[in-house]
Design a protein around this ligand. Structure first.
Ligand code: C5P
Length: 316
């Protein structure tokens, strides 16, 4: 079911590497976790994970242009809330790539953001993955996708997955990813985005305080369900060990879960560390109906539909 991280016949990464003179635009998806088993905290503070990542069609975009210094501007979700300085993952990703390749860290980066921040959808990680792919192209560094994934892993646990995309098994602290072949079948999701974000470290800490009990176990049932391509079967196998911690911190998410299930969702679960709640639909039409019902229930800040899997960070 799994294959080597990046195949040799990936066309985009087989191209000769020349620095780009015009702007480079990169689109990157959000992710959800179809399965998230959390083990106990390790000596380095991270938790050992077994997770199934799934990239969905909700996108951020980074445009990289030549410049004399490294700058970041943005528009969209989180504008005015996110720092655009040295602590932003986009800037850190560009600097990490420059350090690794010896290239001057010079670029004008612009982020167009649709993925909600602090939502459990890996928006910040997605932007870092996009910055790596964009600067790689702008600077013509010639790194392989595996090299980029290696740099990505130094920046955050789920950034290598956002370079890859699709559906993938994540192990270690989440940074070790291998693709799962799902044969091109599309799954349809509805996202209920909360008013206020949740901090990932706080959710993991709460998981520990609640007794660090995993209910998710190994993902074998989910992997078999993905092969069957039957949404009712998949619905029975979605699992997230961080859900109890997210519900502990935000008890009102229970009402969001109930609203989606009452509206006819096949299943609902908290996405990653939350607070976004994700619902599985039968098909695109069912997703649109569910989304309308959730909007009418007025239980969250925004409702989005998205299908998956989709590719990771790609030059447009
Ligand atoms: O790797 P990343 O920067 O995305 O992780 C954010 C935080 O989430 C970590 O600082 C840690 O508190 C928590 N985390 C964890 N175990 C993981 C991944 C993340 O405890 N496997």
């Amino acid at each position: 079911m799994t294959e080597p991280l990046f195949s040799d016949d990936d066309e985009e990464f087989d191209r000769p590497r020349l620095a780009a003179h015009g702007p480079v635009r990169v689109r990157v998806p959000a992710k959800i976790n179809l399965h998230l088993h959390v083990g106990p905290a390790r000596a380095d503070g991270f938790h050992e994970l077994t997770t199934v990542y799934h990239a969905i069609g909700l996108y951020d975009e980074i445009t990289a242009r030549r410049g004399d210094t490294l700058t970041l501007t943005m528009e969209g979700e989180g504008t005015g809330l996110l720092s655009l300085g040295e602590d932003n993952l986009v800037i850190r990703a560009a600097r990490a790539l420059a350090d690794e390749t010896g290239h001057d860290p010079h670029a004008r980066l612009h982020l167009k953001k649709q993925i909600p921040i602090a939502a459990g959808l890996a928006g910040g990680s997605a932007d870092a993955a996009a910055a790596l792919v964009a600067c790689d192209q702008l600077w013509g560094t010639g790194l392989s996708r595996d090299d980029l994934a290696g740099i990505a892993a130094t920046l955050g646990s789920d950034i290598p997955f956002l370079v890859l995309g699709g559906t993938a098994l994540g192990t270690g602290r989440g940074e070790l990813v291998s693709p799962i072949l799902t044969g091109g079948h599309a799954w349809h999701w509805v996202l209920a985005v909360a008013e206020e974000g949740l901090s990932t470290p706080t959710v993991y800490k709460t998981f520990d305080q609640l007794g660090a009990q995993s209910e998710a176990g190994p993902p074998d049932g989910l992997l078999a369900a993905l092969r069957q391509r039957d949404p009712d079967v998949l619905a029975a196998h979605l699992a997230n060990d961080l859900q109890a911690a997210a519900l502990h911190l935000r008890p009102e998410l229970r009402g969001v879960l109930d609203a989606g299930l009452e509206a006819g969702a096949l299943a609902g679960l908290v996405s990653g560390s939350g607070p976004t709640v994700v619902f599985l639909a039968e098909d695109a039409r069912h997703a649109a109906l569910l989304a309308a019902d959730l909007e009418a229930a007025n239980c969250c800040r925004a409702v989005r539909t998205a299908a998956g899997p989709v590719p990771g960070a790609r030059v447009l």
